[in-house]
Design a protein around this ligand. Sequence first.
Ligand code: PRX
Length: 629
Amino acid sequence: MAENFDVKLDSKTYIPDPSYLENSALGDYKKAYAEFLSDPDGFWAEKARELDWIKPWDKVKEWNWPNARWFCGGKLNISANCLDRHVKNGRRNKLALIWKGERGKEEIYTYRQLYRAVMKFANALKELGVQKGDRICLYMPFVPEHVIAMLACVRIGAVHSIVYAGFGADALHSRIKDAEAKIVITADVGIRRGKIVQLRSIVADAVRNSPSVEKIVVLSRERCPIELYSEMEVDFYAIQEGVSEECPPEEMDSEDPLFILYTSGTTGTPKGIVHSSGGYIVGAHYTSKYIFDIKENDVHWCTADPGWITGHSYIVYGPLSVGATVLITETTPDYPDPGIWWSLIEEFGVTIFYTAPTAIRMFMKVGEQWPEKYDLSSLRIIGSVGEPLNPEAFEWYYRVIGRNKCPILDTWWQTETGMHMITTPLGQPMKPGFAGVPIPGVVADVVDKEGNPVPPGQGGLLVIKEPWPAMMRTVYNNPPRYNHYWNQIRDWYTVGDLAVKDEEGYIMVIGRSDDILIVAGHNLGTAEVESALVAHKAVAEAAVIGIPDDLKGQAVKAFVTLRQGFVPSQKLVSELTYHVRMTIGPIAMPSAIEFMDKLPKTRSGKIMRRVLKAKELGVDPGDISTLEE
Ligand code: PRX
């Protein structure tokens, strides 16, 4: 997508009830932003002081472009910030986690129970030989043990790399291999839409030729001892028998890595985004408290999976660091019927609900009769993340779910940013289609390729001009890929999104400017799908583009040329679709595959996806002077 386009800015404005502003932790946005600008380091130091540090930092920030260090010299432990301090300070018996399984099973953990469970599992990991800095891969269903495993890693200084349990064996294998994971934690099965997913066999496939992996920890969903298939496997609960109940938190340097999370890039290999300890938790805590405005009695429900950054920051680390009650559930939005999520809001009195536009559009399609059956009056704030929330979806969400009173926090951010960056803070007028403004702590702008600000209404590239605490620190094993974010437009962080500003500085994010697709809110590199396709014996070359989709925002369309001896057929379409599903996962499955004799290329041999896209959408392909024929 090119950045030279114009957008009409006649958005309707929604004014929230003044009580939201009066009661918000952030208070007046303009005042808070001015305070930040007048003393950025002082602003972040004040936020960081709300956490527990074993040793305070000597310096708030060291910025040696493009590398930042935050809270230099400070020591802390994130699990102690999410657990110990609440156990000590009055939230001992407060509910930390409420879990609802797809089959109706429920489990609850108070802060004390979670704290004890984390310490035991942390000790079991130590018994397996896990040491500070070791990488642990989690490939788990969304059960409480998933959160326990995350916090246990963090407690002993191990670096978790969570792989969403919907990914296929190849995707899991490449992530295990890149991170050189020592341990993989999984479960016998996952349950999705009433069906059993054999996670353990996917892991068994994925660890072949992964010499770093020493053990596979298998959780039995039914908590009964399970048969172990190989010497590598150990039972999640059996390894906890007899271990000490106490596990003091490891002292971590503020800059020690906290986790790696893989995200799609413009090449076939995903990027291992590395987040730090101190800066990340300051960002996750600050935004949970001052942007989501989580208060003592809130019941917070973010519908993401921990396999995505949204789950890391706004199911686990942010909400638990502020001592919130968090609803977690493995349910999907339409199973057993599209009323399931609304029934959970009614049942548990959810007050803050955070979901994705693709789910909202699905709900719009199936009709208002589903939410109308349930009492949603507990809701006070509703949020959106992952892709642009189009004005129609905004209006439906506001009216039907928010009952014309709940502010919508449409939060723009990324795996790389670690925390919310742009939104409409509580109490500010909301404009459908616009995510909002940079939050205090963030300096963002929309500029042209040379870095000049573009006038209101004109498209440009979104950039972040100053470092922020929760920014990624590097790309694992690949620092040049990290530097690339910072060396495209002046010395700013280039986001990779196209955006437009209006006269008041509200930012509308339009979509990606590179070869990344956002399919149902999930980031997917066209190159990743292409390399899965060309790994199939029938395929000579492949080009993948995103096409508009009413529900998913974008869907995958693939164009392929075949090797000699293969002919196009419907059977081959099904086979290739299945092949992508098994290689990367269901998210990446093409919704259409077209066979071609040759793909459009530049004279230097680069595939011109832009030409395919223009043909598909019936629009002008722009400059095609470099096209070979
Ligand atoms: O294109 C933007 C889109 O999602 C990308 C980041 O994807 P990921 O790293 O997977 O993180 C998703 C969850 C934080 C962005 O570059 N995106 C995310 N949130 C929004 C959005 N686009 C528009 N509006 C949003 N609120």
